[in-house]
Ligand binder design. Structure first.
Ligand SMILES: [Zn+2]
Ligand SMILES: [Zn+2]
Length: 556
């Protein structure tokens, strides 16, 4: 062992959220201590057939569980809290978050029956908590959900600033503007490393203020001839506040429809994050007989989620609510990448039912919660970090953010565009990506977590594309030899009537190939491979398709 004390170094490892939008999770390690920032989920893309959710792979953390001092959650969006019901029971560490975020986490854990035994702790912005060798301060940032925070983390190596999700709205609806003076102070004392939100790094200029949305909602409430239906994310508490404010101004009452959104509205009201004047919020059974121009519904479905209230209304599938001519539907959210087609279909169906539909391209009914280029530059200028890692974004967002950092004077060799699993080692004077750990996607499908791998997904893709052919081969129990011609059953491959000859020919082919063995008894492994190879080739030659081929042996 060397006599000189080794200087401590920081290890910063993203387990999610880099080179993708969603499932944010960042590991910060120093000496014997580990803290984890955020625990989010990602919605599957169209390649991930049948997968409900994607969450981070926490193998690395499970192997070091005893060193984890806590989980810090920056705010209550799905891409920051959504994996908690699946991962928290495995990690079993205290979770720190501000009051509203804490409330949203509790609602979520309760819905998934994972609340019992969870150690959830509330922190106030400005408060510092000590976790091993880390001193962590939550500071307020403005984002599309109240009580959002970034983190200032004092470590033995230097100060790390994590921006959370943020923008610099100076007239936010609820919550505080981003605390730039606190960040400037940290910048003056010296910041070793900045991790900053890149979601909107492609956008020049500034993100418009939430105020713009209030004005658009006001216009809709004033002008709509009948009922107004506003759909947004259930966690967009500030948007729900805007709807309530605007409805109150125009003498309308607000009805929150859907279990999840109702739960969140109740919780946010109890915690004081949502203020509704007496009598504004109503129950659905009260709408009978009410004039239509006095009614506002708020509900989910802005992403075209098939089970949401709005989509069921659009498809005439909701028990209590139907679209009526004269209804105005405002989609107060932009589709998360991958959901565009679902949203477009929902809008078409609403229009077919006689509703008016207002959305992003027709009126500013939504603004983004993330800072655009000028805001990102401002943050970089205020914090003045020695090293910079763009976080929260796809590869192009991260690289654009890296270029913005260079444009404000951070040397290129101090900027690290990282991927999930990359290990960044930071000392007081040096920093480098020193390795990579495994950090694949973990798929949640129905009730099970993690049993869907790339093989299952590949199979699903194959089934979806070219169908399946089952080959039933009868073998004599005594002699082990083939009995008769094999049977072939197919689904999703070809029209079985039209292609009867071709399928028949393939049965003969299999019989011939298996008969070639003469008196030798059929070995299953041989039959399996032989049948697949033969049919793969035959079907491809005849159809240019590659169905999944499933040989099946029965003994008779
Ligand atoms: Zn967010
Ligand atoms: Zn986010």
């Amino acid at each position: 062992m060397s006599s000189a004390m080794a200087k401590p170094r920081l290890r910063v490892i993203p387990l999610g959220g880099l080179s993708e939008i969603g499932k944010n999770m960042m590991v910060v390690e120093c000496q014997d201590d580990i803290i984890v920032i955020d625990c989010g989920l990602m919605f599957p893309d169209e390649e991930m057939l049948g997968v409900d959710l994607v969450i981070p792979d926490i193998t690395y953390l499970l192997e070091r569980r005893d060193r984890i001092r806590g989980m810090l959650v920056t705010h209550g969006h799905e891409d920051h809290i959504g994996a908690l019901p699946y991962l928290l029971p495995q990690l079993d560490v205290p979770v720190y978050a501000t009051k509203l975020t804490h409330g949203l986490i509790s609602v979520k854990l309760k819905e998934r029956k994972a609340l019992a035994g969870a150690d959830l702790r509330v922190v106030t912005p400005g408060e510092t908590i000590t976790l091993g060798c880390f001193d962590v301060e939550f500071f307020p940032v403005c984002h599309s959900i109240p009580d959002s925070t970034g983190l200032i983390i004092d470590t033995p190596v230097g100060t790390v600033v994590h921006s959370g999700d943020f923008k610099l709205d100076f007239t936010p609806v609820s919550g505080k503007p981003t605390d730039l003076s606190r960040l400037a102070e940290a910048g003056k004392d010296g910041v070793l490393l900045l991790l900053s939100d890149s979601t909107y790094a492609e956008r020049p200029g500034y993100t418009p203020s939430e105020k713009v949305v209030s004005e658009a909602l006001d216009r809709i409430m004033a002008e709509a001839p009948g009922r107004v239906i506003i759909t947004t994310f259930s966690s967009l508490v500030s948007r729900i506040q805007q709807v309530i404010d605007s409805a109150a101004k125009h003498g309308r009452r607000v009805f929150v429809v859907g279990r999840n959104m109702s739960n969140i509205v109740r919780m946010a009201q109890e915690l004081g994050y949502l203020n509704a004047p007496e009598g504004i919020l109503g129950r659905l059974d009260e709408i009978k007989g009410m004039p239509h121009d006095k009614i506002v519904f708020v509900t989910t479905g802005s992403q075209g989620e098939p089970t949401s209230v709005l989509v069921r209304m659009a498809n005439r599938d909701h028990r209590q609510l139907h679209i009526l001519p004269g209804d105005t539907v405002a989609i107060s959210a932009t589709p998360v990448p991958g959901n565009e087609a679902l949203v477009a279909r929902t809008m078409d169906n609403l229009l077919r039912q006689g509703a008016q539909v207002v959305y992003g391209s027709t009126a500013p009914v939504h603004v983004h919660g993330h800072g655009s280029q000028e805001e990102l530059k401002l943050l970089l200028n205020v914090v003045k970090p020695r090293y910079f890692v763009p976080i929260h974004g796809e590869y192009r967002h991260l690289s654009i953010h890296a270029r913005l950092a260079q444009s404000v004077g951070i040397p290129a060799e101090h900027i690290f565009v990282m991927d999930d699993g990359d290990v960044l080692e930071v000392g007081p004077e040096t920093a480098r990506v020193s390795g990579k750990i495994t950090s694949s996607n973990v798929y949640v499908d129905g009730l099970s977590v993690g049993d869907i791998g790339t093989v299952v997904l590949r199979d699903r893709k194959m089934l979806a594309r070219d169908g399946i052919v089952v080959v039933i081969i009868a073998i004599n129990r005594q002699t082990g030899k083939l009995v008769g011609r094999p049977d072939i059953v197919s689904r999703g491959f070809v029209d079985t009537r039209e292609s009867k000859d071709m399928l028949d020919e393939s049965r003969d082919l299999v019989a011939r190939v298996l008969d070639r063995g003469g008196d030798r008894p059929a070995q299953w492994s041989f039959v399996n491979i032989k049948v697949r190879d033969t049919l793969n080739k035959f079907y491809y030659e005849h159809t240019k398709r590659r169905p999944m081929i499933l040989p099946f042996m029965v003994k008779v």
